[in-house]
Design a protein around this ligand. Structure first.
Ligand code: NDP
Length: 256
C-alpha cells in the first residue's frame, strides 16, 4: 500500500503511536519513531523492522525543541527518507484539580501537545516546500476531549483542564495549517480518539473506567490498533481531497 513512503511517527515507540508505527510499516513504508526518553525505543524499532522488512529507526528528540526537531527531520530525510508523511502523535497530560495547577503544568502540557505538534508539522512541511515536492500528509493526534469534557476520577469533577484545552487548540491549529499549506499540496488532518487502553489511561481506576465505558455506545475503551485505519487512510493517496478535517474514532461517544 505504501511502498516508497517514509512516515515519521512522534511517540511511535509505545501506546497509540506504536500501533501507528506497526500499521505504517506493515503497509510497506519506512518509519522514523521519535521518542523523548524511553530506554527501549531502538529495540522497538528493530523489532518492527524485522517483522515487516522495512527500515524503521528510532530518533531521540524532544518535540518541543525547535532546533532539535528541524535537525532531526533533516537527518531522517537523509537516512531513511525522503519523508512523505507525519503522524504528530506525542502527547502528555497532567491530572490535577484546577486550583492546584501551575504555569509549569501548563507549559508541560502545551509545550508537547500544541507547540510540539506545530514544530514537527512545520519541520515536515518546510522540507516539502523547500524541495518543491507537491504533497505530503500530516495526521495530528488530537482527542475527543477537543469537544467534550470528561471526568478523570469518580465522584470528583476533575477534568484535566490543560489537556482538554490543548486538544481543542491543536484541532484548531490543524485547520489553520491545512489552510496555509494547501497551496503546497500539503494536507493536514486531525484524528481524535476516544478512550484508548494505554499508559495515559492507566491512572483511571476500575470504577471510573466502567462508568466511562457505560457512556460509550460500543461500551468499551478502544485498543490502540483500532486507531490505525483512519490514520492510514489520511496518509494514503485515497485521501487526496481530505484536508482540514477532524475525524473522531471514539466508539460513538460523541453521539450522546
Ligand atoms: P502514551 O502516554 O502511551 O505515550 C506517549 C508518547 O509520547 C511516548 O512515546 C512518549 O515518548 C512520547 N512523548 C511524550 N512527550 C514527548 C516529547 N516531549 N518529545 C517526544 N516524544 C514525547 O500516550 P498514548 O499512546 O495514550 O497517546 C498518544 C496520543 O493520543 C497523545 O497525543 C494523546 O493525547 C492522544 N490521545 C490518547 C487517548 C487515550 O485514551 N490514550 C485518547 C485521546 C487522545 P517516551 O516513551 O520516550 O516518553
Amino acid at each position: 500500500m505504501f511502498p516508497e513512503k517514509c512516515v515519521v511517527v512522534t511517540g511511535g515507540n509505545r501506546g497509540i503511536g506504536y500501533a501507528f508505527t506497526r500499521a505504517v510499516a506493515q503497509a510497506g513504508a519506512n518509519v522514523a519513531i521519535i521518542y523523548r526518553s524511553s530506554k527501549d525505543a531502538e529495540a522497538v524499532a528493530k523489532k518492527v523492522a524485522n517483522e515487516f522488512n522495512v527500515n524503521v529507526k528510532a530518533y531521540k528528540c524532544d518535540v518541543s525543541d525547535t532546533d532539535l526537531v528541524n535537525k532531526t527531520f533533516q537527518k531522517i530525510d537523509d537516512e531513511i527518507g525522503p519523508i512523505t508523511g507525519l503522524i504528530a502523535n506525542a502527547g502528555v497530560s497532567v491530572v490535577k484539580p484546577a486550583f492546584e495547577l501551575s504555569y509549569e503544568d501548563f507549559s508541560r502540557v502545551y509545550d508537547v501537545n500544541v507547540f510540539g505538534v506545530f514544530n514537527t508539522a512545520r519541520a515536515a512541511a518546510k522540507l516539502w516546500a523547500d524541495r518543491k515536492h507537491n504533497g505530503g500528509s500530516i495526521v495530528i493526534t488530537s482527542s475527543m476531549s477537543s469537544r467534550i469534557i470528561n471526568q478523570s476520577q469518580q465522584n470528583t469533577p476533575l477534568t484535566q483542564v490543560f489537556y482538554n484545552s490543548s486538544k481543542a487548540a491543536v484541532s484548531n491549529l490543524t485547520k489553520g495549517l491545512a489552510s496555509e499549506w494547501a497551496p503546497y499540496g500539503i494536507r493536514v488532518n486531525a484524528l481524535s480518539p476516544g478512550y484508548v487502553n494505554t499508559d495515559q489511561t492507566s491512572h483511571m481506576d476500575k470504577a471510573i473506567r466502567d462508568h466511562q465505558a457505560s457512556g460509550i455506545p460500543l461500551r468499551r475503551f478502544a485498543e490502540p490498533h483500532e486507531m490505525t485505519g483512519q490514520a492510514l487512510l489520511l496518509l494514503s493517496d485515497h485521501a487526496t481531497y481530505m484536508t482540514g478535517g477532524e475525524y473522531f474514532v471514539d466508539g460513538g461517544q460523541l453521539i450522546w
